[in-house]
Design a protein around this ligand. Structure first.
Ligand SMILES: [Zn+2]
Ligand SMILES: [Zn+2]
Length: 115
């Protein structure tokens, strides 16, 4: 299977995994189209960007800034990964009342698993 991002041959699934891997971070399952892979990759990148943002805020001691954005925003939700036991993250877009309007998939920071 070829990575649609860098045109490299992806690492095939191992015994305990059913996903193809690429060095650029993309993952794919057998039979997926490049579009499927790109859609997942976009969700993963969005989650990573948000995490970077949250970590940067925390690192600079300005974590309260997150609370000072009461209008349309995004939340990060976490849960355990069923595959590797790591932490999975997903982003939730919210409206000005804090109600969820759009949710991304959970993405595992440990193994790249998406659900
Ligand atoms: Zn790649
Ligand atoms: Zn995992």
């Amino acid at each position: 299977m070829q990575c649609p991002g860098c045109q490299q041959e992806m690492t095939p699934p191992g015994v305990y995994d059913d996903r193809y891997w690429c060095g650029c971070g993309r993952v794919a399952v057998e039979g997926e189209t490049p579009e499927d892979i790109e859609i997942r990759e976009r969700g993963r990148q969005q989650t990573l960007d948000l995490l970077d943002y949250a970590i940067a805020l925390r690192g600079s001691g300005r974590a309260t800034l997150l609370k000072e954005e009461p209008e349309m925003g995004q939340l990060i939700q976490t849960r355990g990964c069923g595959k590797c036991g790591g932490t999975m993250y997903k982003t939730v877009d919210t409206d000005e009342n804090g109600n969820p309007t759009n949710e991304g998939p959970y993405v595992c920071q440990g193994c790249g698993n998406c659900e």
